[in-house]
Design a protein around this ligand. Structure first.
Ligand code: DON
Length: 621
């Protein structure tokens, strides 16, 4: 019963919204929690103590988002899931060449503990089977086993983003029962794959397998590999970027043992399973999945782990060979210099010239990741347009990443265009120093091509200037009658205005107008070039426009009699005529027809600038 005498009780509405991904994972867990096939491993006795109902699922993205359900924090031993990570450390310690001499990369189609050694060399087939993993452990650098173990645990912790410990009970249990692995160890010693007594290496291997993790750790370890070796939560690098592809390759081809073929066919992600019930899967560039559920199938893979990964991959199209059409959309928009001009406002002669010749400037706004397949699209486009233009601008404002092959292709293209007298110009590439470094390094002994990079529309302005310069003579000061502001004024009327004008020379670099100062003068730029700039809240200077001679500036505040809204600085030595507002008003008292014409012309100028801004918004948005 609502008692109006009582003050209204504050109705608290919980606005927290769970991510739909959490709901999805909860449903998925519920869906497979009932799966009761598989056996908890017991050949390492301590593993048999695990609760078969434990079931955790976790997804971690390269953006650092983590979604976890069920027993995602239940500790268990990492077991064979340690193998790809230790293989990565062995690659870092020894290099690809030495490791490939010791360990193959061929799937065996055999079980994880099969003694798959090359009958002649004794080389284990790949680093995911025990023989290969024991060999990899044998390649870890360190003064003694303790130091080696510390490096292994530090590396695994870097992947997990927290300090991991060894589960001593499981370690002891495996060390005491690891006879088959010891046999493998001595076989490897026999073939000199392990160059010393295998005991220490075997203990190191048993310990790496006994690192205690949880399902969340596995997902983050997977996301670290997906993120080119950098932990997305801690930003700590766990492995050198160049070896990530090798680790993911052996996970893809051998990670799920004699189920690897079906796994990559159905799930389509590099993965690794462990006998304690963990599974980690990686979608390169995107995410890591961790699943924990102890009951294993006959191949030693977690039954629920397989089901969950299969399902997630299907539901979210995560199969890595599922091609989305990124390449074609790498060119976000393309236009030419006759449709879009820079913020350098030019006089009518120049504007006419650019209308006629602006199409010789092609601009490509690029987006997304630049790699061979996407930059090939850009290069192909420019090559196909080579007869249509003399200047090609590549705008990298919306690019996410640039790889080496892109730098190489752009460099070759720049040379080819320079060779035929055309220019490739880049803008907004300040966040990709690797491109500039590559260009400077490869251009340093050459004088037949230049690395030109700008920000925003300065590249367009540069190309416009180049077009205008192609047949330009040094301009004389613009006569008053050529100023648009004085269109339709008779020579007498212009004489009246001229009588009230003052003239002033300004050296390059001087600031003529300061933002915030009061406005009492209108400026007519008779010679030179000025730019209108504002200071953004982050302190960055933003250019609003650049003006060539024959144009006016300061007109807005002059008309409103308000404060100046921007700074005006001199780009090249300038001559300005100035008209004082009070003079103008006094003059107009007697010559209102002049005032009408001048204000009419100002309106025309405003309208054109507005139309220009609308076209830009239309084409660029
Ligand atoms: O060497 C062993 O047998 C165990 N430490 C690891 C085996 C394992 O995890 C196999 N994975 N499915």
């Amino acid at each position: 019963m609502n008692d109006s005498s009582q003050p209204a009780t504050e109705v608290y509405m919980d606005t927290h919204v769970d991510s739909p991904i959490m709901d999805y994972l909860n449903d998925l867990r519920e869906k497979f929690a009932g799966v009761d096939t598989g056996e908890v491993a017991d050949y390492i006795p301590e593993l048999a103590t695990a609760n078969g109902d434990w079931f955790g699922i976790c997804v971690a993205t390269t953006e650092g988002n983590v979604y976890e359900v069920g027993e995602s924090r239940q500790e268990f031993t990492i077991q064979s899931i340690s193998k790809p990570f230790v293989y990565g450390l062995a690659l870092e310690d020894n290099g690809r060449k030495d490791i490939l001499e010791k360990i193959g990369v061929e799937p065996t189609g055999d079980a994880f503990n099969s003694i798959s050694l090359d009958p002649v060399t004794g080389q284990p087939a790949n680093p995911m089977i025990n023989a290969g993993a024991i060999t990899a452990a044998g390649q870890i650098m360190g003064y003694n086993n303790e130091k080696k173990l510390a490096r292994v645990m530090d590396m695994l912790s870097a992947y997990a983003g927290r300090s991991l410990e060894i589960d001593e009970k499981v370690y002891q249990s495996e060390s005491q029962t690891g006879h088959r692995n010891r046999a493998i160890g001595y076989m490897l010693r026999n073939f000199n794959i392990l160059e010393n007594d295998p005991t220490d290496t075997l203990e190191l291997y048993f310990k790496q397998c006994s690192a205690s993790v949880n399902c969340r750790d596995l997902a983050i370890m997977g996301a670290t590999l997906a993120n080119a070796g950098i932990n997305p939560l801690t930003q700590r690098r766990a492995i050198r970027g160049e070896y990530v592809e090798n680790v993911l390759s052996v996970m893809g081809s051998c990670g799920m043992y004699d189920y690897a073929g079906e796994w990559i066919y159905k799930v389509g992600m590099p993965a690794k399973s462990g006998v304690a019930g963990g599974v980690v899967a990686v979608l390169p560039g995107k995410l890591g999945i961790g699943v924990f559920s102890p009951p294993l199938d006959t191949r030693g893979n977690s039954v629920r782990g397989i089901e969950v990964c299969n399902r997630i991959s299907m539901d979210f199209n995560l199969h890595m060979f599922n091609v989305v059409q990124p390449a074609k959309s790498v060119i976000r928009c393309a236009y030419d210099g006759s449709r879009i001009t820079s913020k350098h406002l030019r006089d009518s002669i120049e504007r006419e010239r650019l209308k006629e010749e602006g199409h010789r400037i092609k601009v490509y706004e690029i987006q997304g990741d630049l790699n061979f397949s996407t930059s090939e699209v850009i290069v192909d486009k420019i090559v196909s347009m080579v007869d249509e233009a003399d200047f090609f601008i590549v705008d990298l404002k919306r690019v996410l990443t640039i790889d080496q092959s892109t730098c190489q292709l752009f460099f070759q293209l720049l040379l080819k265009l320079a060779h035929i007298g055309k220019e490739l110009v880049f803008t907004n590439c300040d966040t990709y120093p690797q491109l500039e470094r590559y260009m400077r390094r490869h251009l340093q002994d050459r004088n037949d091509a230049a690395w030109l990079s700008f920000v925003d529309d300065f590249a367009l302005e540069y190309c416009e200037d180049r077009i205008l310069q192609r047949s330009e003579t040094v301009p004389a000061p613009t006569p008053l009658e050529s100023f648009e502001l004085f269109d339709r004024l008779s020579s007498d009327e212009i004489d009246i205005i001229e009588s009230r004008l003052a003239s002033q020379h300004y050296r390059q670099g001087v600031t003529i107008i300061h933002q915030g100062e009061s406005a009492n003068k209108l400026y007519l730029l008779a010679q030179g070039q000025v730019s209108i700039k504002i200071t953004l809240p982050d302190g960055k200077i933003k250019r609003l426009a650049t003006l060539s001679q024959g144009l006016v500036f300061g007109e807005m505040a002059w008309i409103e009699r308000s404060e100046r809204s921007a700074d005006v600085t001199v780009d090249s030595d300038a001559l300005c005529y100035t008209l004082d507002i009070d003079d103008f008003d006094a003059m107009m008292a007697d010559h209102s027809q002049i005032k009408v014409k001048v204000l009419g012309n100002l309106l025309k100028i405003f309208t054109r600038n507005l139309r220009k801004a609308n076209t830009e918004i239309g084409v660029l948005s």
